[in-house]
Ligand binder design. Sequence first.
Ligand code: MG
Length: 382
Amino acid sequence: MNKRHIAILGSTGSIGTQALDVISQHPDLFEVELLTANNNSSLLIEQALKFKPNAVVICNKELYSTVFEALDKEDIKVFAGIESANELVKGSNIDIVLAAMVGFSGLEPTINAVKSGKVIALANKETLVAAGSIITKLAKEHNSPILPVDSEHSAIFQCLQGESAQIEKLLLTASGGPFLNTDIQSIMNATRHQALKHPNWSMGAKVTIDSASMMNKGLEMIEASWLFNMEPDKIEIVVHPQSIVHSLVQFTDGSLKAQLGAPDMRVPIQYALSYPHRIALDTKRISLPELGQLTFSAPDRKKFPAIDLAYSAHRQGGNMACIMNGANEVAVAALLEEKILFGKIPHIIEKTMQKCSFIAEPSISDIFETDACAKAIAREFI
Ligand code: MG
Protein backbone atom coordinates (compact mmCIF):
# COMPACT_ATOMS: atom_id res chain seq x y z
CA MET A 1 0.00 0.00 0.00
CA ASN A 2 1.12 3.54 -0.78
CA LYS A 3 2.08 5.80 2.08
CA ARG A 4 -0.95 7.65 3.43
CA HIS A 5 -0.94 11.24 4.62
CA ILE A 6 -3.16 11.77 7.60
CA ALA A 7 -4.90 14.61 9.42
CA ILE A 8 -6.13 13.90 12.93
CA LEU A 9 -8.88 16.17 14.21
CA GLY A 10 -8.84 15.77 17.97
CA SER A 11 -5.36 14.24 18.28
CA THR A 12 -5.09 14.54 22.07
CA GLY A 13 -8.29 12.61 22.82
CA SER A 14 -8.68 8.88 23.36
CA ILE A 15 -9.09 8.03 19.64
CA GLY A 16 -6.43 10.52 18.55
CA THR A 17 -3.75 9.17 20.88
CA GLN A 18 -4.54 5.57 19.94
CA ALA A 19 -4.38 6.51 16.24
CA LEU A 20 -0.91 7.97 16.79
CA ASP A 21 0.09 4.73 18.49
CA VAL A 22 -1.01 2.81 15.36
CA ILE A 23 0.83 5.28 13.13
CA SER A 24 4.03 5.02 15.18
CA GLN A 25 4.03 1.24 14.57
CA HIS A 26 3.93 1.77 10.78
CA PRO A 27 6.11 4.79 9.97
CA ASP A 28 6.61 3.41 6.45
CA LEU A 29 2.85 3.43 5.77
CA PHE A 30 1.56 6.56 7.46
CA GLU A 31 2.66 10.15 7.70
CA VAL A 32 1.03 12.74 9.94
CA GLU A 33 0.23 16.00 8.14
CA LEU A 34 -2.06 17.81 10.56
CA LEU A 35 -2.91 17.55 14.25
CA THR A 36 -5.65 19.55 15.96
CA ALA A 37 -6.56 19.80 19.64
CA ASN A 38 -8.99 21.86 21.69
CA ASN A 39 -7.17 22.61 24.95
CA ASN A 40 -4.47 20.05 25.66
CA SER A 41 -1.55 22.16 24.45
CA SER A 42 1.16 20.20 26.26
CA LEU A 43 0.17 16.88 24.66
CA LEU A 44 -0.26 18.56 21.26
CA ILE A 45 3.28 19.94 21.53
CA GLU A 46 4.64 16.52 22.54
CA GLN A 47 2.85 14.85 19.61
CA ALA A 48 4.07 17.52 17.17
CA LEU A 49 7.69 17.06 18.28
CA LYS A 50 7.40 13.30 17.82
CA PHE A 51 5.44 13.09 14.55
CA LYS A 52 6.64 16.31 12.85
CA PRO A 53 3.38 17.19 11.08
CA ASN A 54 3.23 19.93 8.49
CA ALA A 55 0.88 21.93 10.75
CA VAL A 56 -0.90 21.90 14.11
CA VAL A 57 -4.01 23.76 15.27
CA ILE A 58 -4.79 24.61 18.86
CA CYS A 59 -8.49 25.48 18.84
CA ASN A 60 -8.36 27.46 22.09
CA LYS A 61 -6.78 30.72 20.90
CA GLU A 62 -5.51 31.63 24.37
CA LEU A 63 -3.03 28.75 24.10
CA TYR A 64 -1.61 29.82 20.74
CA SER A 65 1.56 31.48 22.04
CA THR A 66 2.36 28.49 24.28
CA VAL A 67 2.24 26.12 21.29
CA PHE A 68 3.92 28.58 18.92
CA GLU A 69 6.87 29.15 21.26
CA ALA A 70 7.34 25.45 21.98
CA LEU A 71 7.48 24.63 18.26
CA ASP A 72 9.41 27.73 17.25
CA LYS A 73 12.55 25.86 16.24
CA GLU A 74 10.65 23.19 14.28
CA ASP A 75 9.49 23.21 10.71
CA ILE A 76 5.86 22.99 11.84
CA LYS A 77 3.23 25.64 11.14
CA VAL A 78 1.15 26.62 14.15
CA PHE A 79 -2.43 27.93 13.91
CA ALA A 80 -5.21 28.70 16.37
CA GLY A 81 -9.00 28.48 16.24
CA ILE A 82 -11.48 25.97 14.84
CA GLU A 83 -11.65 28.05 11.63
CA SER A 84 -8.00 27.16 10.96
CA ALA A 85 -8.82 23.46 11.32
CA ASN A 86 -11.76 23.96 8.96
CA GLU A 87 -9.42 25.44 6.35
CA LEU A 88 -6.34 23.21 6.74
CA VAL A 89 -8.35 19.99 6.51
CA LYS A 90 -8.90 20.77 2.81
CA GLY A 91 -5.13 20.74 2.11
CA SER A 92 -3.96 18.82 -0.96
CA ASN A 93 -1.23 17.18 1.17
CA ILE A 94 -3.90 15.20 3.08
CA ASP A 95 -5.38 11.82 1.97
CA ILE A 96 -7.26 10.70 5.09
CA VAL A 97 -8.99 12.80 7.73
CA LEU A 98 -9.54 11.05 11.05
CA ALA A 99 -12.52 12.86 12.55
CA ALA A 100 -12.03 12.23 16.25
CA MET A 101 -13.35 15.41 17.82
CA VAL A 102 -15.93 15.05 20.56
CA GLY A 103 -19.60 15.78 19.89
CA PHE A 104 -21.27 18.22 17.52
CA SER A 105 -18.07 20.31 17.26
CA GLY A 106 -16.74 17.74 14.78
CA LEU A 107 -19.44 18.52 12.22
CA GLU A 108 -18.00 21.56 10.46
CA PRO A 109 -14.46 20.30 9.83
CA THR A 110 -15.89 16.94 8.73
CA ILE A 111 -18.18 18.68 6.21
CA ASN A 112 -15.16 20.55 4.83
CA ALA A 113 -13.13 17.36 4.57
CA VAL A 114 -16.02 15.63 2.75
CA LYS A 115 -16.37 18.57 0.36
CA SER A 116 -12.69 18.29 -0.57
CA GLY A 117 -13.13 14.60 -1.35
CA LYS A 118 -10.93 13.26 1.43
CA VAL A 119 -11.23 9.74 2.78
CA ILE A 120 -13.01 10.21 6.11
CA ALA A 121 -12.14 7.87 8.98
CA LEU A 122 -15.15 8.70 11.12
CA ALA A 123 -14.90 8.32 14.88
CA ASN A 124 -17.20 11.25 15.60
CA LYS A 125 -20.61 9.54 15.54
CA GLU A 126 -22.43 12.75 16.50
CA THR A 127 -21.67 14.06 13.00
CA LEU A 128 -23.91 11.45 11.38
CA VAL A 129 -26.49 11.59 14.16
CA ALA A 130 -26.92 15.35 13.81
CA ALA A 131 -26.58 15.65 10.05
CA GLY A 132 -26.70 12.16 8.51
CA SER A 133 -28.81 13.06 5.48
CA ILE A 134 -26.61 16.04 4.62
CA ILE A 135 -23.27 14.30 5.19
CA THR A 136 -24.15 11.15 3.24
CA LYS A 137 -25.46 13.22 0.32
CA LEU A 138 -22.32 15.41 0.28
CA ALA A 139 -20.08 12.34 0.52
CA LYS A 140 -21.72 10.89 -2.61
CA GLU A 141 -21.45 14.18 -4.50
CA HIS A 142 -17.77 14.62 -3.66
CA ASN A 143 -16.73 10.95 -3.87
CA SER A 144 -15.61 11.07 -0.28
CA PRO A 145 -15.67 7.59 1.29
CA ILE A 146 -16.76 7.49 4.94
CA LEU A 147 -15.00 4.63 6.73
CA PRO A 148 -16.22 3.78 10.24
CA VAL A 149 -13.87 3.90 13.22
CA ASP A 150 -16.52 3.08 15.81
CA SER A 151 -15.82 -0.56 16.75
CA GLU A 152 -19.35 -1.83 16.00
CA HIS A 153 -19.52 -0.15 12.62
CA SER A 154 -16.02 -1.26 11.75
CA ALA A 155 -17.11 -4.83 12.60
CA ILE A 156 -20.10 -4.55 10.25
CA PHE A 157 -17.93 -2.95 7.58
CA GLN A 158 -15.41 -5.80 7.90
CA CYS A 159 -18.23 -8.39 7.66
CA LEU A 160 -19.44 -6.76 4.44
CA GLN A 161 -16.10 -7.08 2.62
CA GLY A 162 -16.49 -9.36 -0.37
CA GLU A 163 -20.29 -9.41 0.01
CA SER A 164 -22.63 -8.07 -2.62
CA ALA A 165 -25.68 -9.80 -1.12
CA GLN A 166 -28.52 -7.89 0.44
CA ILE A 167 -28.36 -7.29 4.18
CA GLU A 168 -31.41 -8.44 6.10
CA LYS A 169 -30.49 -7.02 9.46
CA LEU A 170 -27.65 -5.49 11.47
CA LEU A 171 -26.97 -6.58 15.03
CA LEU A 172 -25.16 -3.99 17.13
CA THR A 173 -23.55 -5.42 20.22
CA ALA A 174 -23.44 -3.41 23.45
CA SER A 175 -21.43 -4.13 26.57
CA GLY A 176 -24.33 -2.83 28.65
CA GLY A 177 -21.97 -0.45 30.47
CA PRO A 178 -21.39 -0.21 34.21
CA PHE A 179 -25.13 -0.31 35.08
CA LEU A 180 -26.06 -3.52 33.24
CA ASN A 181 -26.90 -5.33 36.49
CA THR A 182 -27.81 -2.29 38.59
CA ASP A 183 -31.42 -1.81 39.71
CA ILE A 184 -33.39 1.06 38.23
CA GLN A 185 -33.49 3.15 41.43
CA SER A 186 -29.71 3.02 41.86
CA ILE A 187 -29.26 3.96 38.20
CA MET A 188 -31.52 6.99 38.69
CA ASN A 189 -29.38 8.19 41.61
CA ALA A 190 -25.98 7.29 40.17
CA THR A 191 -23.19 9.86 40.22
CA ARG A 192 -20.56 10.95 37.71
CA HIS A 193 -18.02 8.70 39.38
CA GLN A 194 -20.16 5.54 39.10
CA ALA A 195 -21.09 6.27 35.48
CA LEU A 196 -17.45 6.71 34.45
CA LYS A 197 -16.49 3.15 35.39
CA HIS A 198 -16.70 1.31 32.09
CA PRO A 199 -16.06 -2.44 32.45
CA ASN A 200 -14.34 -3.16 29.09
CA TRP A 201 -13.43 -0.19 26.97
CA SER A 202 -11.05 2.64 27.72
CA MET A 203 -12.65 5.71 26.12
CA GLY A 204 -13.18 9.44 26.57
CA ALA A 205 -15.58 10.76 29.23
CA LYS A 206 -18.44 11.64 26.85
CA VAL A 207 -18.70 8.21 25.24
CA THR A 208 -18.22 6.47 28.59
CA ILE A 209 -21.24 8.29 30.05
CA ASP A 210 -23.18 7.58 26.85
CA SER A 211 -22.33 3.89 27.31
CA ALA A 212 -23.66 3.94 30.86
CA SER A 213 -27.00 5.41 29.70
CA MET A 214 -26.90 3.26 26.53
CA MET A 215 -27.45 6.47 24.56
CA ASN A 216 -24.17 5.47 22.94
CA LYS A 217 -25.97 2.50 21.38
CA GLY A 218 -28.82 4.76 20.33
CA LEU A 219 -26.37 7.11 18.62
CA GLU A 220 -24.67 4.10 17.05
CA MET A 221 -27.98 2.74 15.74
CA ILE A 222 -28.49 6.06 13.93
CA GLU A 223 -24.86 6.06 12.76
CA ALA A 224 -25.28 2.51 11.39
CA SER A 225 -28.52 3.44 9.70
CA TRP A 226 -26.76 6.21 7.73
CA LEU A 227 -23.52 4.35 7.06
CA PHE A 228 -25.16 1.16 5.80
CA ASN A 229 -28.44 2.60 4.51
CA MET A 230 -30.61 0.50 6.85
CA GLU A 231 -34.02 1.26 8.33
CA PRO A 232 -33.93 1.56 12.14
CA ASP A 233 -36.34 -1.40 12.40
CA LYS A 234 -33.68 -3.59 10.79
CA ILE A 235 -31.05 -2.72 13.39
CA GLU A 236 -31.17 -4.75 16.59
CA ILE A 237 -29.27 -3.94 19.76
CA VAL A 238 -27.90 -6.99 21.56
CA VAL A 239 -26.25 -6.84 24.98
CA HIS A 240 -22.98 -8.77 25.01
CA PRO A 241 -21.08 -7.97 28.22
CA GLN A 242 -17.76 -9.55 27.18
CA SER A 243 -17.27 -7.09 24.26
CA ILE A 244 -15.61 -9.77 22.12
CA VAL A 245 -18.15 -9.93 19.27
CA HIS A 246 -18.03 -6.36 17.99
CA SER A 247 -21.20 -6.60 15.84
CA LEU A 248 -22.89 -8.80 13.25
CA VAL A 249 -24.58 -8.77 9.86
CA GLN A 250 -27.50 -11.04 8.99
CA PHE A 251 -27.94 -11.87 5.30
CA THR A 252 -31.07 -13.00 3.45
CA ASP A 253 -30.02 -16.66 3.61
CA GLY A 254 -30.11 -16.49 7.41
CA SER A 255 -26.32 -16.44 7.75
CA LEU A 256 -24.81 -14.26 10.43
CA LYS A 257 -21.29 -12.90 10.06
CA ALA A 258 -19.50 -11.41 13.04
CA GLN A 259 -16.14 -9.80 13.72
CA LEU A 260 -14.46 -10.75 17.00
CA GLY A 261 -11.40 -9.61 18.87
CA ALA A 262 -10.11 -8.14 22.10
CA PRO A 263 -11.74 -4.80 22.94
CA ASP A 264 -9.02 -2.49 21.60
CA MET A 265 -9.98 0.65 19.67
CA ARG A 266 -6.70 0.55 17.80
CA VAL A 267 -8.05 -2.32 15.66
CA PRO A 268 -10.93 -0.37 14.08
CA ILE A 269 -8.80 2.79 13.92
CA GLN A 270 -6.08 0.95 12.03
CA TYR A 271 -8.52 -0.80 9.72
CA ALA A 272 -9.97 2.56 8.66
CA LEU A 273 -6.48 3.97 8.05
CA SER A 274 -5.16 0.95 6.12
CA TYR A 275 -8.39 -0.09 4.32
CA PRO A 276 -8.74 -2.15 2.14
CA HIS A 277 -5.53 -3.66 3.48
CA ARG A 278 -5.23 -5.45 6.79
CA ILE A 279 -1.88 -4.92 8.51
CA ALA A 280 -0.22 -6.28 11.66
CA LEU A 281 -1.02 -4.92 15.13
CA ASP A 282 0.32 -5.78 18.59
CA THR A 283 -3.17 -6.09 20.13
CA LYS A 284 -3.99 -8.86 22.64
CA ARG A 285 -4.98 -12.18 21.06
CA ILE A 286 -8.14 -13.73 22.46
CA SER A 287 -8.30 -17.37 23.48
CA LEU A 288 -11.79 -18.81 23.04
CA PRO A 289 -11.18 -21.73 25.46
CA GLU A 290 -10.00 -19.25 28.08
CA LEU A 291 -13.08 -17.08 27.53
CA GLY A 292 -15.24 -20.19 27.85
CA GLN A 293 -18.49 -18.50 26.96
CA LEU A 294 -19.93 -15.50 25.25
CA THR A 295 -23.38 -14.34 26.35
CA PHE A 296 -26.12 -12.31 24.66
CA SER A 297 -29.36 -10.75 25.85
CA ALA A 298 -31.89 -8.10 24.86
CA PRO A 299 -31.37 -4.65 26.40
CA ASP A 300 -33.67 -3.54 29.22
CA ARG A 301 -35.46 -0.60 27.63
CA LYS A 302 -37.04 0.52 30.92
CA LYS A 303 -33.68 0.80 32.64
CA PHE A 304 -32.16 2.44 29.60
CA PRO A 305 -34.85 4.73 28.08
CA ALA A 306 -32.22 6.41 25.89
CA ILE A 307 -32.50 3.49 23.45
CA ASP A 308 -36.17 4.18 22.68
CA LEU A 309 -35.53 7.93 22.55
CA ALA A 310 -32.96 7.31 19.81
CA TYR A 311 -35.22 5.00 17.79
CA SER A 312 -38.05 7.48 18.12
CA ALA A 313 -35.86 10.45 17.11
CA HIS A 314 -34.48 8.64 14.08
CA ARG A 315 -37.93 7.44 12.95
CA GLN A 316 -39.25 11.01 13.17
CA GLY A 317 -36.33 12.10 10.98
CA GLY A 318 -35.66 15.74 10.07
CA ASN A 319 -33.71 17.53 12.79
CA MET A 320 -35.04 15.35 15.65
CA ALA A 321 -31.85 13.29 16.10
CA CYS A 322 -29.89 16.57 16.11
CA ILE A 323 -32.18 17.86 18.90
CA MET A 324 -31.68 14.64 20.85
CA ASN A 325 -27.92 14.78 20.38
CA GLY A 326 -27.65 18.42 21.49
CA ALA A 327 -29.73 17.75 24.60
CA ASN A 328 -27.65 14.68 25.39
CA GLU A 329 -24.39 16.64 25.13
CA VAL A 330 -25.70 19.23 27.59
CA ALA A 331 -27.01 16.57 29.98
CA VAL A 332 -23.75 14.59 29.89
CA ALA A 333 -21.72 17.77 30.51
CA ALA A 334 -24.00 18.59 33.47
CA LEU A 335 -23.42 15.12 34.94
CA LEU A 336 -19.65 15.47 34.45
CA GLU A 337 -19.83 18.81 36.28
CA GLU A 338 -21.88 17.05 38.99
CA LYS A 339 -24.85 19.38 38.49
CA ILE A 340 -27.32 16.52 37.97
CA LEU A 341 -27.68 12.85 38.85
CA PHE A 342 -27.47 10.21 36.15
CA GLY A 343 -31.21 9.48 36.02
CA LYS A 344 -31.95 12.99 34.86
CA ILE A 345 -30.18 12.53 31.51
CA PRO A 346 -33.00 10.81 29.54
CA HIS A 347 -35.54 13.10 31.18
CA ILE A 348 -33.71 16.21 29.91
CA ILE A 349 -33.43 14.72 26.42
CA GLU A 350 -37.11 13.79 26.22
CA LYS A 351 -38.27 17.22 27.40
CA THR A 352 -35.98 18.95 24.89
CA MET A 353 -37.24 16.75 22.05
CA GLN A 354 -40.79 17.83 22.91
CA LYS A 355 -39.97 21.54 23.12
CA CYS A 356 -37.52 22.24 20.29
CA SER A 357 -38.99 23.13 16.84
CA PHE A 358 -39.13 20.26 14.38
CA ILE A 359 -37.83 20.79 10.83
CA ALA A 360 -38.63 17.99 8.37
CA GLU A 361 -35.89 18.79 5.83
CA PRO A 362 -33.16 20.76 7.59
CA SER A 363 -30.37 22.56 5.73
CA ILE A 364 -26.84 22.74 7.15
CA SER A 365 -27.61 26.10 8.75
CA ASP A 366 -30.84 24.64 10.23
CA ILE A 367 -28.71 21.90 11.81
CA PHE A 368 -26.38 24.43 13.44
CA GLU A 369 -29.38 26.44 14.68
CA THR A 370 -31.09 23.30 15.94
CA ASP A 371 -28.00 22.27 17.91
CA ALA A 372 -27.79 25.71 19.55
CA CYS A 373 -31.53 25.78 20.26
CA ALA A 374 -31.62 22.23 21.69
CA LYS A 375 -28.66 23.00 23.93
CA ALA A 376 -30.26 26.21 25.22
CA ILE A 377 -33.55 24.43 25.97
CA ALA A 378 -31.77 21.49 27.62
CA ARG A 379 -29.88 23.91 29.91
CA GLU A 380 -33.24 25.21 31.17
CA PHE A 381 -34.08 21.73 32.44
CA ILE A 382 -30.88 21.41 34.49
MG1 MG B 1 -18.85 1.97 19.66
